[in-house]
Design a binder for this molecule. Structure first.
Ligand SMILES: [Zn+2]
Length: 354
């Protein structure tokens, strides 16, 4: 492991070194610290796998330990991250991984697939299968925005190195080295496609555990699968729900609202999201719905009035939702979200009847 990564992980381990996660109601979940991941046991054998920092893992996954085998949800953004997760997994179980679920096609949830061996069934929605198999995890708005643009971002960072103190410069150089390592590894990935594709739902019965893989409609992407554990009342949501505002660059915003109606209809007590910590405040489903509805309504009007995506991204006002989404600091909407909406409008997208 290069020094920069060791340092980054050591720093993150320090930040994350709490043995228990305390919930809003004072209840505590057990946590187990690995070298790169922290596992939080939200229900017996149901663990949220939280990577050390957004750059290292890219996304949060989950691990369901069954009587004789293990189901893993999402493979993180590089083979290195997936290998680190599997190494850390030994701290919570010695049972073999039998299933890997890809909740959706985004690179930060699929680029570690190749690390899982031939005995592991990789399960995803048919849409996700097509996207991964065709190489679309390495193309498009999301990949280009987060990974493809790294060389330009790094060029900008290098230009500023001369202005920094010795200490800050060293930190920035380590950051650059780490970003370039992730970029080079991402560019080299040949994404391993899912081996089992579903259209609507599959239920696994593993020992006494029931695990439902559900497609509830389009939302964050065109093929989001959630993992629902009815006995545990737990939902592993991928990016259909995150702790804050999810990425919207490949979204079907109005359909997402209806898909979240289906989520809200599940008997639910705890959500393990694809980004951010697990939570028990199920009302957050509705908070996201209200945000998406307002984003959609304002966008429809501004597009009809002939406004460009750039202008609209500055004009749309979602500050009424800042109470639930603290990252909203003023007027405006995320540019990737508005670009996506304009792309849909220009393609003649019609909101399906509810
Ligand atoms: Zn995503």
């Amino acid at each position: 492991m290069p020094k920069s990564r060791r340092l980054l992980l050591a720093l993150l381990a320090l930040v994350l070194a709490t043995p228990f996660a305390t919930l809003a109601d004072g209840h505590e979940w057990k946590t187990v610290e690995g070298d790169a991941f922290t596992f939080t046991e939200v229900r017996d054998g149901v663990w949220h796998a939280v990577g050390g920092g957004s750059t290292a893992a890219g996304s949060n996954g989950a691990v369901v330990v069954n009587e004789r085998d293990v189901l893993v949800v999402d493979s993180h953004m590089t083979p290195t991250a997936a290998r680190a997760m599997l190494a850390d997994l030994a701290k919570i179980t010695d049972r073999p991984v039998r299933y890997l679920i890809n909740t959706h096609f985004h690179f930060d949830h699929t680029h570690g697939n190749e690390v899982f061996g031939p005995d592991v069934e990789i399960v995803a929605h048919e849409f996700t299968y097509r996207k991964v198999a065709s190489g679309d995890t390495k193309r498009g708005r999301g990949y280009d925005g987060f990974i493809g643009s790294t060389p330009q971002t790094v060029e900008g960072m290098r230009a500023k190195l001369g202005e920094l103190s010795d200490e800050d410069r060293t930190a920035m150089e380590q950051r650059i080295a780490f970003m370039m390592k992730v970029y080079e590894e991402s560019e080299a990935v040949e994404p391993k496609a899912p081996t089992l594709a579903l259209r609507k739902a599959v239920t696994l019965h593993r020992g006494g555990r029931e695990i439902r893989l559900l497609y509830l409609g389009r939302g964050h992407t065109g093929g989001d699968v959630v993992v629902y554990l009815p006995q545990e009342k737990a939902l592993i949501s991928g990016d259909l729900l995150t702790a804050g505002l999810p990425y919207m660059g490949d979204a079907f915003v109005p359909e997402w609202v209806g898909t979240l109606d289906e989520v809200a209809a599940l008997d639910l007590e705890v959500i393990l999201p694809g980004h951010g910590p697990a939570y028990t405040e199920v009302e957050r489903v509705e908070h996201l719905q209200l945000y998406l509805i307002e984003l959609w309504q304002q966008a429809v009007k501004l597009f009809a009035a002939g406004m460009s995506a750039e202008e609209a991204a500055a004009t749309i006002d979602l500050t009424g939702h800042a109470e639930h989404f603290p990252q909203i600091e003023g007027a405006g909407a995320p540019r990737h979200a508005v670009d996506r909406l304009w792309e849909l409008f220009e393609a003649g997208y019609v909101r399906p009847a509810p």
